[in-house]
Write a protein that binds this ligand. Structure first.
Ligand code: NAD
Ligand code: WQD
Length: 337
């Protein structure tokens, strides 16, 4: 298939391109480079072994630019990663987050429809479950109250796509609810490249390991978990990448709208991750216990059986692999791209 990949220069998009090409697909990336470096696409092409990844630098809110992309190409489906994703920043800048994530998706869906491309895989998030009613979380678990505008945009866009598919059954829509993607391509050539102080656990840990940050702050050790720190379902970004290739099957089978949890089904605490990282990297990670972070929940991990049953997809990598590859990327690229 030929796939339009919005936000394809970013963390998850760049890794997904590799799996798409490996499976025999081709892609064109539209990205405004707001949170990405074009060097990522150059390295992706190098890993795949092609001269370059077709790329248009454009904002998906720019209707004219998107129209031109569709006028010049034929796509079988779109994988839609483009969006703003920093939880804390979304609390500070709600309007920017709602505007970019909602409006960008509205323009994209409308232009797709006009060009009769009605197949889309959307990057949703475990955040839509809020503080989950059931652990492990199945797709039937009711959506919860999101504590931040970023999460609201994901939840709202899921609803928009549900309504769209109901109104026009020609649409095939896959909502992938990612849990906590970490790690990097095993080559160490591409990985997560956060701007400024990392918000997420693994990039913070790797920056402590490389000496950029003094110590990790562990946000709370009084949660009702096995060691008091927050438990999450970390998933290797290459497993997440291959989930997108698997999800294309749901589109081929014309399943209408389907939702899949994309995680390993295994929960690890902050301290489990720190210990695994120290073991794998042989680098010490000094840490200090801090107060809880506003909006955090105690435990979040999924039941990923539906994706295995219907798509034949299952995570292959464990926590040690995630730590090894995250460290390999950071070590080889201390300043990112
Ligand atoms: P990322 O920021 O690395 O990638 C997003 C890409 O979209 C960036 O390259 C950015 O430049 C681009 N972009 C943003 N707004 C755009 C616009 N208006 N037009 C064109 N390009 C635009 O983020 P990521 O971690 O790769 O996440 C990809 C998607 O997955 C996002 O939608 C994110 O919300 C979602 N998601 C991420 C996580 C996570 O923990 N990383 C978890 C769940 C869901
Ligand atoms: C993981 C654990 C923290 C940093 C976020 C978004 C979610 C999704 C994935 C996009 C928690 C603890 C963290 C630190 C710490 N993104 N922690 N010190 O919050 O589970 O999920 O990313 O959709 O929507 O909310 O991930 O990596 O920030 O935190 O102790 O410096 O690590 O408290 O328990 P989170 P995270």
């Amino acid at each position: 298939m030929n796939i339009l990949v919005t936000g394809g220069a970013g963390f998850i998009g760049s890794h997904t391109l590799i799996e798409l090409y490996k499976a025999g697909h081709t892609a064109l990336v539209v990205d405004n480079l707001y949170n990405a470096n074009p060097e990522a696409l150059r390295r992706v092409a190098e890993i795949i072994g092609i001269p370059e990844i077709p790329f248009v630098e454009a904002d998906i809110r720019d209707r004219q630019a998107l129209e031109a992309v569709f006028a010049n190409n034929r796509f079988d489906a779109c994988i839609h990663f483009a969006g703003l994703k920093a939880v804390g920043e979304s609390v500070e800048k709600p309007l920017e987050y709602y505007e970019n994530n909602l409006n960008g998706t509205f323009v994209l869906l409308d232009v797709m429809r006009r060009h009769n491309c009605k197949n889309i895989i959307f990057s949703s998030s475990a955040t839509v479950y809020g503080d989950p009613a059931i652990i492990p979380i199945t797709e039937e678990c009711p959506k919860g109250q999101c504590t931040n505008p970023y999460g609201q945009t994901k939840s709202m866009l899921e609803q928009v796509m549900m309504d769209l598919q109901k109104a026009d059954p020609d649409w095939n829509i896959v909502l992938l609810r990612y849990f906590n993607p970490i790690g990097a391509h095993p080559s160490g050539k591409i990985g997560e490249n956060p701007n400024g102080i990392p918000n997420n656990l693994m990039p913070y840990i790797t920056q402590v390991a490389i000496g950029k940050r003094e110590r990790l702050g562990v946000f709370g050790n009084d949660y009702p978990t096995h060691d008091g720190t927050g438990v999450r379902d970390y998933i290797h970004v290459m497993d997440l990448a291959s989930a997108h290739v698997a999800a294309l099957q749901a589109i081929t089978r014309k399943q209408g709208l389907t939702i899949y949890n994309i995680g390993t089904g295994q929960g690890y605490s902050v301290l489990d991750v720190v210990k695994a990282f120290i073991r794998v990297s042989k680098v010490d990670i000094p840490y200090v216990i801090m107060p809880r972070r506003a909006g955090d929940i105690a435990t979040c991990y999924c039941n990923p059986d539906k994706a295995e049953r219907e798509l034949g997809w299952k995570a292959q990598f464990g926590l040690d692999d995630m730590c090894r590859d995250a460290w390999n990327w950071q070590k080889n690229n201390p300043e990112g791209y």
